[in-house]
Design a protein around this ligand. Structure first.
Ligand code: FAD
Length: 385
């Protein structure tokens, strides 16, 4: 006798990927379970810059979602970025899509609140997925507290250390050339920082990476440093210490941080990047989204948009699976193809750009000079997306 699954879809992880997927499944009539090991609001180590494309994708689902997110406090509405080359020369880039920075503690809780308000999704917090089996009839999930759950399909939205990916992908680990390490801390009282402007500092000291200074509202700043893991390992870099040294010694930042107050510890986390050899992100009865599918933009290090967009694509595929009653690995490949079609080209281009610019500081210096020339700045902006 085939097992009757308790849910049609089990979404593991309630970050941007899992919540976007749940929002995109609204009105499907499917029995959807969204589980997360954390209790919200929960922190997520991040730069807290919400990419405009994340809001655009959510707006396409329902403008009410984005209208609600624009009420979030604290937040800082972003209009432009300032890029500072290793030479110290800086230039501004103005963004077409309106967006904001907001601490992930608040942003992710707001996304989950939308799922609660607008959908029939069953939400379980404090629910750590421990193990997972795919059988011919269903996915069998076991939680750390011993609870067993069955679903016709499982969607792994459980981030960079995805338990679903570890369990179900044939080669779950990314090469260090496709992985970055990032650290961040919150500060207040930073001099010379402008609301509405995110700042990026490049230096010979952290190649294939950068230091960022992002206002997140309420007079606070998310200050961080990210770098290609390959180089972190090769040069044995202590990223947390490098961040603290950078704000004390960088020619521009040192003065601006003289009176600054650090508001908590420096915390670090991994960034699995896209743009390399495309790894599968699905198989029989499962799909992976967001960081679990290694979709972070290798150039700028943003992944909230990729998480939201892949979550929405997975929801479309999930509806197809149920309609056709087909959960085979073959059928699921349509999801991989769609991820590749929508996100693959930009990730591949940005990976090449990151390798090119990240190891040649003189190119960044030249870019900063060229950006001052009328017309060229706009072209550069288009190139960087
Ligand atoms: C230092 C740093 C800076 C960054 N800065 C930016 C930025 O400024 N802008 C940007 O767009 N992106 C940034 N990113 C990337 C961004 O944080 C991620 O791409 C994004 O959070 C991915 O969303 P997600 O939903 O895939 O995963 P996550 O946001 O990681 O959510 C995964 C969820 O799964 C849950 N979970 C994990 N394991 C389990 C389990 N076993 N059982 C149950 N639940 C589980 C977690 O609790 C979590 O809630 C940064 C990343 C880092 C590390």
């Amino acid at each position: 006798m085939p097992i009757e699954a308790a849910y049609d879809i089990a979404l593991v992880g309630a970050g941007p990927a899992g919540t976007a997927c749940a929002l995109a499944l609204r009105g499907s009539g499917l029995r959807v379970l969204l589980l997360d090991k954390a209790t919200f609001p929960r922190d997520k180590i991040c730069g807290d810059a919400v990419p405009g494309h994340a809001l655009k994708a959510l707006r396409q689902l329902d403008p009410a979602y984005v209208d609600a997110l624009w009420q979030l406090e604290p937040r800082d509405d972003v209009r432009r970025s300032r890029i500072v080359a290793p030479s110290g020369a800086g230039f501004y880039m103005h963004w077409n899509l309106r967006t904001f920075n907001s601490p992930r503690l608040d942003f992710d809780a707001a996304l989950l609140a939308l799922v609660r308000e607008f959908t029939d999704t069953e939400i379980r917090e404090n629910a750590l997925l421990k193990t997972l089996e795919i059988t011919p009839d269903c996915a069998q999930l076991q939680l750390a507290d011993g609870t067993e759950i069955t679903a016709r399909l499982v969607i792994g939205c459980d981030g960079a250390n995805s338990a679903v990916g570890r369990r179900l992908l044939p080669e779950p680990r990314l090469a260090r050339a496709h992985h970055s390490a990032g650290v961040r801390a919150y500060f207040e009282n930073v001099a010379g920082a402008e609301s509405g402007t995110t700042e990026f500092f490049f230096s010979q000291n952290y190649l294939a990476g950068y230091c960022w200074l992002f206002p997140v509202g309420a007079g606070r700043y998310n200050v961080g440093l990210g770098m290609l893991s390959e180089l972190v390992a090769k040069h044995k870099v202590d990223l947390k210490q490098l961040l603290l040294d950078t704000v004390k010694t960088h020619p521009e930042l040192a003065g601006r941080f003289r009176e600054a107050r650090q508001l908590g510890p420096v915390l670090g986390f991994g960034l699995p990047m896209g743009g390399g050899r495309q790894r599968p992100c699905s198989g029989a009865r499962f799909m992976l989204c967001g960081d679990a599918a290694s979709l972070i933009d290798p150039l700028q290090g943003h992944g909230i948009d990729m998480a939201v967009r892949s979550g929405i694509m997975a929801a479309a595929q999930a509806r197809q699976c149920v309609t056709q009653n087909d959960f085979s690995a073959d059928f699921m490949r349509a999801y991989d193809a769609e991820v590749q079609r929508q996100l693959g080209p930009v990730l591949a281009r940005n990976y090449r750009l990151m390798r090119l610019l990240g190891t040649r500081p003189w190119l960044l210096n030249l870019g900063a000079r060229l950006a001052q020339l009328p017309g060229l700045g706009r072209r550069l902006q288009r190139l960087l997306g």
